[in-house]
Write a protein that binds this ligand. Structure first.
Ligand code: C2E
Ligand code: CA
Ligand code: CA
Length: 423
C-alpha cells in the first residue's frame, strides 16, 4: 500500500502540467485509507482527473477501457491478484507506457531493481520511493514530467548515415578534437589532472557523441589510430601548458581492444619521448567495453608501460567487465568509480555501502580512488567524508577546451579549496 506522510503541513508550491490535468493520473493502491490520502492530496493541487484501482487486475482493466491512457500511474508493488510488476509487464506488452511513480514498502534494493526494470521496459520513470512517501518527493517526481531527466546514453542523430570511411577521414584530417575535464584533489583542493575526451563535430556543426563513434572505431579497426591521435593532441597541449608554467597530469581513455596491439607500448613510448613529456604525467583509463582478446599481449603492454612510469586506471569501476578480477590481473594505480554509484548514494543506503567499500578497497590496495559524475555539493561532501581522493563531474567542471583549462584552474581553485576545507 502507498503510505503518504501527510503530517507535513508545509504548503508546497506546485502547478501540474497540462498533460497531467487533461489525461489524469491513476492511483493503484489496495488500502482505501491510503488511496484516499493520495487522491485528496492530488486534488488539492488541481488534479481532478484521478482514477483509482485497488488491485492490479482492475488497474489493467481500467487502462484498457480508456481512450487515452493516464499521464501518470502511481503504483504500489504489493497488490492482491496481479502485483505491480505484472501490471508493468502487461502494459509494456500492450505498448502503453505512461510515466510511473513507484511507492512501496518493500526494501530499497528491491525498489532499485524494479526501477531498473521499469527503465529497461522503456517507461518514463518519475520516481521510486520507499514509504512513507513525503508529499515533497511526490511533487519532485511529478515535476519531472515537465523536465524529463537527461538521457545518459546519447544516440546518433537518426538521419545520419555514419560510415567507417567518414570516421577514417575525420581521424586522418584531424577533425576529432579533444576536450579536458578536470579532476579535483579533495585533500589539497587543487586540480589533480584532467581527462582527455574525444569530440567529433561534423562540418554542419552536428556533434557525433563518443558513445557512437568510439564503438564504431572499435568495430572497424580504427580505435588504435584514433587513440594515438588523441594522445598526440594531449601531448601537444601538455607541452603548451608547460610553456605557460603548469604541468597538468592527463588521463587518456584506452579501449581494452587497443591492448591487444603488439605495437601499442612502443607507439606510446616513442611519442612521449619525442615531446619530452614525463610518463608520470600520463594515466591510461582502461574502458572494458569488450573482453580483452589477447590477454598475454595486454599484460605485456600494460606491464611495459608501467615499468616506464605510466599509470593505469580501471574506468567505470563496478560496471560491466570492470570487476575485481581485473584488479588482480592488471597493474592498476587508480580505481575510477562509475558515476551510477555516486548518483544514487545520497538517497540509497545500499549504493552508499558499495561506494564506501570501493573507496576502502582502493585505500587498502594503496591506489588512488576517483569518483566520477559528481553533480551536487551533497555528493562531494559525502565522498570527502568517505575518504575518496579525487572527484570529477559537472559540479567541478564540464569538459573544457585546452586553452580554457588553465583559466579554469586559476579562477576556480580558490573556490574549490574552500569547498574541500568546509565540513
Ligand atoms: P568516460 O570515460 O566514463 O567519460 C566520462 C563521461 O561522462 C564523459 O562523457 C563526460 O562528459 C561525462 N560526464 C562527466 N561528468 C559528468 C557528470 O557529472 N554527470 C554526467 N551525467 N556525465 C558526466 P563523453 O565525453 O560523452 O564520453 C563518453 C564515453 O566515451 C567516455 O566515458 C569514454 O568511455 C568514451 N570516450 C571518450 N573519449 C574517448 C577516447 O578518446 N578514447 C576512448 N577509447 N574512449 C573515449
Ligand atoms: Ca574515462
Ligand atoms: Ca568512466
Amino acid at each position: 500500500m502507498i503510505y503518504l506522510n501527510t503530517s507535513t503541513s508545509i504548503a508546497i508550491d506546485y502547478c501540474p502540467v497540462d498533460s497531467l490535468v487533461n489525461k489524469g493520473i491513476l492511483v493503484v493502491e489496495d488500502s482505501r485509507v491510503q488511496r484516499k490520502a493520495v487522491v485528496d492530496w492530488l486534488t488539492r493541487y488541481g488534479i481532478n482527473t484521478i482514477f483509482e484501482a485497488d488491485d492490479g487486475q482492475k488497474a489493467l482493466a481500467l487502462v484498457e477501457a480508456m481512450e487515452v491512457p493516464p499521464a501518470v500511474i502511481i503504483l504500489d508493488l504489493e497488490l492482491p491478484h496481479v502485483d505491480g510488476i505484472e501490471v508493468l509487464q502487461a502494459l509494456a506488452l500492450r505498448n502503453v507506457r505512461p510515466a510511473i511513480i513507484v511507492a512501496s514498502s518493500v526494501d530499497e534494493v528491491l525498489i532499485g531493481s524494479v526501477a531498473a526494470m521499469i527503465q529497461a521496459l522503456k517507461f518514463p520513470l518519475l520516481g521510486a520511493f520507499q514509504k512513507p512517501c513525503e508529499p515533497a518527493s511526490l511533487v519532485d517526481a511529478l515535476r519531472r514530467l515537465e523536465n524529463p531527466p537527461a538521457k545518459n546514453i546519447k544516440h546518433m542523430p537518426q538521419e545520419l548515415d555514419l560510415r567507417p570511411e567518414h570516421l577514417r577521414s575525420a581521424i586522418v584530417n584531424n577533425e576529432i578534437s579533444t576536450v579536458y575535464q578536470p579532476k579535483l584533489d579533495l585533500r589539497s583542493g587543487k586540480m589533480a589532472g584532467a581527462e582527455a575526451l574525444a569530440r567529433w563535430r561534423l562540418k554542419d556543426r552536428q556533434n557525433i557523441p563518443p558513445n557512437v563513434f568510439i564503438p564504431l572505431a572499435e568495430k572497424v579497426g580504427l580505435i588504435n589510430d584514433l587513440t594515438l591521435k588523441i594522445l598526440d593532441r594531449a601531448l601537444a597541449d601538455m607541452v603548451e601548458w608547460r610553456e605557460q608554467g603548469i604541468e597538468v597530469p592527463v588521463a587518456i581513455n584506452l579501449s581494452a581492444k587497443c591492448l591487444s596491439d603488439p605495437n601499442l607500448a612502443n607507439d606510446i613510448i616513442q611519442r612521449v619521448r619525442e615531446r619530452d613529456v614525463s610518463p608520470h604525467l600520463l594515466t591510461f583509463e582502461i574502458t572494458e567495453s569488450a573482453l580483452v582478446v589477447d590477454l598475454a599481449e595486454a599484460l605485456a603492454n600494460t606491464s611495459r608501460l608501467r615499468l616506464k612510469g605510466f599509470a593505469f586506471s580501471i574506468d567505470d569501476y563496478g560496471t560491466g567487465f570492470s570487476s575485481m578480477q581485473q584488479l588482480t590481473r592488471f597493474p592498476f594505480n587508480e580505481l575510477k568509480i562509475d558515476r551510477s554509484f555516486v548518483h544514487g548514494s545520497i538517497s540509497r543506503e545500499h549504493l552508499r555501502s558499495i561506494l564506501q567499500s570501493a573507496i576502502d578497497m582502493g585505500s587498502r590496495l594503496g591506489i588512488t580512488t576517483v569518483a566520477e559524475g559528481v553533480e551536487t555539493q551533497q555528493e562531494l561532501q559525502l565522498l570527502k567524508t568517505m575518504g575518496c581522493h579525487h572527484v570529477q563531474g559537472y559540479l567541478i567542471s564540464r569538459p573544457l577546451a585546452a586553452d580554457l583549462l588553465l583559466q579554469w584552474g586559476k579562477a576556480k581553485l580558490q573556490m574549490h579549496a574552500e569547498i574541500c576545507n568546509s565540513d
